[in-house]
Design a binder for this molecule. Structure first.
Ligand code: CA
Ligand code: CA
Length: 300
């Protein structure tokens, strides 16, 4: 089984960075990841202000997928996600959705131990692990999209809680081999990532990828029960219509409907949901329930 270690991290989804290695379609591979802070916070004594910012948002890759060509769609199936001993939750004045309230007096770090599928937040507060991949993407053509901290049409820092064990992530391919990378695993995160961190933990992903000779504009995610279109933009108001229009177009195609009826059907069966509101662009997803709509797959 091919293994991708944290020896090769990228900080830009730049199509000029050569792929580290190439896997075959359907071949299972494993990926080690660093946390969003580059594993620099190893104790509660280390504050967010003390780390080297050039190592933020490192993603492991780029991984080449044989047969992927520009205009294709890469489907990454997440088979497993595991974590090491602990995750970190640093906090600093100004961080997250309430940063403007000036209620965080100083920088501080919390370590959250991750053991036997539970997160140990404090002596009294323990909650189940909800594994997810915060950052997953492919090489982009768009110069403005390249930093791994920026979510975009190529994926990247989209922080979608539905990207978990058993999910399939669909990404639009811009270069031969796609250049898949991933990182920023969370042992737990709520929708929105409201204080600006999940339980940020180094970990390990087992996955395989498939290539579809079909095009999508932006990321899509498929779970057992749902299909999602994802969009990132400067504001939620700008991101929502992008994800909604992608879903209307998807419903038109899958259900053979005109725009008006697909729009109506979306309005009564689909939900708009928030992925994250704390990155340089905000990310939303539109959820379509497979059973209600009689849709089984994204393609074919
Ligand atoms: Ca993130
Ligand atoms: Ca994170």
């Amino acid at each position: 089984m091919k293994h991708f270690s944290t020896d090769t991290l990228i900080y830009h989804y730049d199509k000029n960075i050569p792929n580290v290695d190439t896997v075959e379609e359907g071949e299972i591979f494993t990926v080690d990841t660093v946390d969003a802070y580059g594993n620099q916070i190893t104790s509660e004594e280390i504050l967010r202000t003390q780390i080297d910012r050039q190592y933020l948002s490192g993603c492991t890759g780029p991984i080449g997928i044989k047969g992927a060509m520009p205009g294709d769609t890469l489907c990454v199936e997440i088979l497993d996600i595991t974590f090491d001993d602990f995750g970190v939750m640093p906090i600093s004045p100004g961080m997250g959705s309430l940063g403007h309230l000036d209620r965080i007096p100083d920088h501080e770090t919390k370590l959250v131990y991750v053991k036997n599928d539970y997160c140990y937040f404090s002596k009294d507060i323990v909650f189940p692990v909800r594994p997810m991949i915060g950052n997953i993407g492919v090489a982009s053509e768009n110069e403005g999209d390249l930093r791994t901290s920026w979510p975009g049409d190529h994926g990247s820092n989209i922080d979608c809680t539905e990207i978990t064990i058993g999910s399939k992530v669909y990404l639009p391919v811009a270069k031969e081999g796609a250049g898949l990378a991933m990182g920023d695993l969370h042992a737990a995160m709520g929708d929105g990532e409201l204080s600006q961190t999940g339980v940020e933990a180094p970990g390990h992903v087992k996955a395989r990828a498939f290539v579809y000779k079909e095009s999508i504009k932006r990321p899509m995610v498929e779970t057992v029960d749902n299909i999602y279109t994802l969009a990132s933009a400067k504001t939620l108001d700008e991101a929502i219509p992008l994800a909604v229009e992608d879903m209307v177009d998807f419903l038109m195609k899958k259900k053979n409907l005109n725009f008006q009826d697909a729009y109506r059907l979306l309005s009564v069966t689909c939900d708009i949901q928030i992925c994250q509101i704390v990155n340089p662009r905000k990310t939303v997803r539109c959820r379509a329930p497979k059973a209600i709509l009689g849709i089984h797959t994204i393609f074919d």
